[in-house]
Design a binder for this molecule. Structure first.
Ligand SMILES: Cc1cc2nc3c(=O)[nH]c(=O)nc-3n(C[C@H](O)[C@H](O)[C@H](O)COP(=O)(O)O)c2cc1C
Length: 249
C-alpha cells in the first residue's frame, strides 16, 4: 500500500543545483508553518529558524560550508537549537532554569531542530522545490554564532538551502533493510558481510551511473573516507556548545 506522501518521501534526493529564482515570502511562510507543526519534545518548541537574506552573510556561510553552490539557491534557513526563549520564561516566572542547561534539554532542542528541519525539506519537495540540509555550518560554529548574533542558550545546528531544482540526481540507494531494521533485539546477522558486499556493488553502480561527479566509490569506502578525514575538523564543538550554556550537567 502506498500513497502520495510515501511516494514523495521515497523519491527524496538532495538538490545542489538551482534555477535562478527566489522563493516567494508566501512559500517561506508555508515552510516555516510546516516546521512549526512538527512534533516537539515536551511541547517546548526548543528551536528557532533564521532566514538569511543578506548577500554578504550568505557569502560567509558559503565559505564556512565550502558550498559555493548554495548561493544559487532560492532561500537559506539556519535552524537554531534554542533554549533561550524558555530561559526568558523561567526568569520572568522566577523559576530556577537549572534543568534547561542539562544534556537532556540540549538533546531535546537538537531533536526538535532536526525534526523541524526535515519538515521543511518534505514540505519544500511537496511544493516542487528541493534542497540540501547542511551540517557543514558546524565547520565554524563560532563564526556562525557571531554572524547570526547568537548569545547564550542558542546554537546553530543546521543550514538548509531550498530552491527550484535545476537537476534531478539519481536516487541514492539505502542500506538493505535486513541490516538496519530488526525485531525486538539488535542482531546484525552473519549475513551482514555478504549483504554489505551486495550494497557496495549497488552503491558503486550508483556512483558510476551519476550524470555528474561520476566516481569509483562504494559505501564501505565512503565510510572509511569519512573516518580518515582531518581529526581537528569540528573538534571544538563540545567546547562551543558548553560555552553557549548548554550541557553543563
Ligand atoms: C544532518 C545532515 C547534514 C547534512 N549536511 C550536508 C552538508 O553539509 N553538505 C551537503 O552537501 N549535504 C549534506 N547533507 C545531505 C546528505 O549528504 C544527503 O542527505 C545524503 O548524502 C543522502 O543523499 P540524498 O539526500 O540525495 O538521498 C546532510 C544531511 C543531513 C541529514
Amino acid at each position: 500500500m502506498s500513497n502520495s506522501i510515501i511516494t514523495q518521501l521515497s523519491q527524496h534526493r538532495s538538490i545542489r543545483q538551482f534555477e535562478d529564482k527566489p522563493l516567494s515570502s508566501r512559500q517561506v511562510t508555508e515552510l516555516v508553518d510546516a516546521a512549526q507543526h512538527a512534533s516537539t519534545s515536551t511541547f517546548s518548541q526548543q528551536y528557532s529558524v533564521i532566514s538569511v537574506t543578506d548577500p554578504e552573510m550568505l557569502k560567509e556561510i558559503a565559505k564556512i560550508t565550502w558550498h559555493p553552490w548554495m548561493l544559487n539557491g532560492g532561500h537559506y534557513f539556519v535552524m537554531v537549537a534554542d533554549q533561550y526563549r524558555n530561559l526568558r520564561i523561567a526568569q520572568a516566572q522566577g523559576v530556577d532554569p537549572y534543568i534547561l542547561h542539562s544534556t537532556d534539554k540540549f538533546l531535546a532542542s537538537v531533536f526538535d531542530t532536526a525534526i523541524a528541519t526535515e519538515n521543511i525539506m518534505v514540505a519544500a519537495e511537496s511544493m516542487g522545490l528541493g534542497g540540501t540540509i547542511m551540517g557543514s555550518i558546524l565547520n565554524n560554529p563560532r563564526k556562525m554564532i557571531q554572524l547570526l548574533k547568537l548569545p547564550e542558550m542558542r546554537f546553530p545546528l543546521l543550514g538548509i538551502v531550498i530552491g527550484y531544482p535545476k537537476d534531478k540526481p539519481e536516487l541514492k540507494p539505502r542500506l538493505p533493510k535486513a541490516s538496519m531494521h530488526f525485531e525486538n533485539q539488535y542482531h546484525l546477522n552473519a549475513n551482514f558481510d555478504r549483504k554489505l558486499a551486495d550494497y557496495d556493488r549497488l552503491t558503486s553502480a550508483y556512483y558510476h551511473s551519476r550524470t555528474s561527479n561520476d566516481r569509483s566509490e562504494t559505501f564501505s569506502h565512503h565510510i572509511v573516507a569519512e573516518l580518515s578525514g582531518n581529526r581537528n575538523l569540528r573538534s571544538d564543538l563540545f567546547a562551543v556548545i558548553r560555552a553557549q550554556g548548554f550541557m553543563t550537567h
